[in-house]
Design a binder for this molecule. Structure first.
Ligand code: NAD
Length: 480
């Protein structure tokens, strides 16, 4: 079986202790490659390489750094098919999704920060007649980037691109559940002769390799995307060391649908916002609130469409949903469906595992599931499930739906469907979320602040926010 390797100081290397664990293909439920079980010693070698590379990398002009980032972007594009197939195989997502969303976005992430850094300017503040302050924004040094499995290369590159563009050297760990495209990115670095030590990729588990990145005194910032509990663990270690922390965590996003919306557009977008990537996007709207006047129509049409949705193996061009990412995740999602029944919910669609023919008969498939009849404050409606499961709940007034929408510990994103301009702005203002879409979902402009409030995270990614995070401001005053 193929052995994935770490990439440290511009070289593919085995983990020092020589241990590996299985990389499972979710669509078949079988191992297809081996992942390095990296330990502290591997992370230390990566950090030493990053530290050694820092003076020359941060000393490059922004045009030169931008050129390197652009080459990374082009290098992925040159291996497009390989990346698309690898992402779909590693994660279980339909190949169409990897082709239209994941890999194009990874390409854009590098391109965006390659050019963005050239426009990134620091401030000056004149004190009339007294003098002038100017602010330097210096790279931090070595930074750690840790990413999850749901959008593997998309979220990995969303961190490492601004980190490197602003002059830092990086030690990064992709999810141990989906390591493959980060490994392919190392092949791109080899293809283009990317400066050694600038980006070091270490594979392995979170509690070992991830933990070592967080604990090391030389990692000056940790950019993390993943679960809220993991975010708490990381913050406990990093905060007392005064590291900069960017935490993008879980969500339980409301999708609020008013009577006066454009019904057809709302319905087709709601199908995506509920079940795209098997519901495993942190921005999916898993709690759907529908105003009473259109509740029955919505329920009938939504359920009919979802009952016909095709769950299939990822390379099936007709697949609307593929496999969820792992056996343990499938079991977790199915256990929430049982919980919903215990809490009094009625399953309107799905509610069960899907068995495909061989060779996919051991894969991790779940029918897209719609549940109604649950209280807004029950566990099913409060805890993150992160799978193809949504609840639908009727409401009458704006105040009522706002109270229900804001009732969870999370505050990542929200979607509002209405044609009432004033109401749309009122709701956007009052909803507790870092990102609000009105009559849309997952429309992304990479310049905008991205992230959540409450237990959904700390700090923002995207545009200037990411570049500010990865730099340290230093104010200098000069007297006239
Ligand atoms: P996870 O927290 O289990 O793992 C994320 C990453 O952290 C992995 O690389 C893992 O190895 C590492 N990790 C785990 N324990 C660690 C530790 N103690 N120290 C350092 N690193 C550690 O999350 P996941 O299951 O991979 O991803 C799903 C979660 O991610 C969901 O909660 C989802 O909402 C969230 N997510 C959030 C966003 C966002 O932008 N807010 C985006 C995508 C996913």
């Amino acid at each position: 079986m193929e052995k994935i390797q770490n990439y440290i100081n511009g070289k593919f290397v085995a983990p020092k202790a020589g241990n590996y664990f299985d990389n499972i293909e979710p669509s078949k439920g079988v191992a297809y490659s081996l992942i390095p079980d990296s330990q502290t010693e591997d992370v230390e070698a990566a950090i030493a390489a990053a530290q050694a590379a820092f003076p020359s990398w941060s000393g490059l002009s922004i045009e030169e750094r931008g050129d390197w980032m652009m080459k990374l972007s082009e290098g992925i594009a040159a291996r497009m098919t390989e990346f698309v197939e690898a992402e779909s195989r590693d994660n279980g997502k339909p190949i169409k999704l990897a082709e239209h969303v994941d890999i194009p976005r990874a390409i854009s992430n590098f391109k965006f920060f390659a050019t963005g850094v050239q426009h990134y300017a620091s401030e000056s503040h004149e004190m009339v007649g007294v003098g002038i302050n100017y602010t330097l924004r210096k790279p931090l040094g070595v930074v750690g980037c840790i990413s999850p499995w749901n959008l593997p290369l998309y979220l990995f590159s969303w961190k490492i691109a601004p980190a490197m563009a602003t002059g830092n050297c990086v030690v990064a760990k992709p999810s141990e559940v989906t390591p493959y495209t980060a490994y392919l990115l190392c092949k791109v670095m080899e293809d283009i002769n990317f400066p050694k030590g600038v980006l070091n990729i270490v594979h392995g588990y979170g509690h070992t390799a991830g933990d070592a990145i967080v604990r090391h005194e030389l990692t000056k910032a940790i950019s993390f995307t993943g679960g809220t509990t993991t975010g708490q663990t990381i913050a406990k270690i990093a905060a007392p060391m005064f590291k900069k922390l960017s935490l993008e965590l879980g969500g339980k996003n409301p999708n609020i649908i008013f009577d006066d919306c454009d019904f057809d557009e709302m319905l087709s977008t709601t199908i995506r916002s509920s079940f795209a990537n098997q519901g495993q996007i942190c921005l999916c709207g898993s709690r759907i609130f529908v105003q009473k006047g259109i509740y029955d129509r919505f329920k009938t049409e939504f359920v009919a469409k979802i009952k016909n949705a095709k769950v299939s193996y990822p390379t099936d061009p007709k697949a609307q949903l593929g496999a969820v990412v792992s056996k343990s995740h499938m079991e977790k999602v199915l256990s929430y469906i049982e919980l919903a029944k215990d809490e009094g919910g009625t399953i309107l669609a799905g509610g069960h595992q899907v068995k495909l023919e061989a060779p996919y008969d051991q894969g991790f498939y779940i029918a897209p599931t719609i549940i109604e009849g649950l209280k807004f404050d029950c566990r099913t409606n409060q805890e993150e499930i992160f799978g193809p499961v949504v609840t639908i709940t009727p409401f009458e007034t704006e105040e009522e739906v706002l109270m229900m929408a804001n009732s969870t510990q999370y505050g990542l994103s929200a979607t509002i469907w209405t044609n009432d301009l004033k109401r749309a702005h009122r709701m956007a203002n009052d909803i507790e979320a870092g990102i609000v879409w009105i009559n849309a979902w997952l429309v992304r402009d990479l310049r905008t602040p991205f992230g959540g409030t409450k237990s959904s995270g700390v700090g923002r990614e995207g545009g200037w926010e990411a570049m500010k995070f990865f730099t340290e401001p230093k104010n200098v005053f000069v007297k006239y």
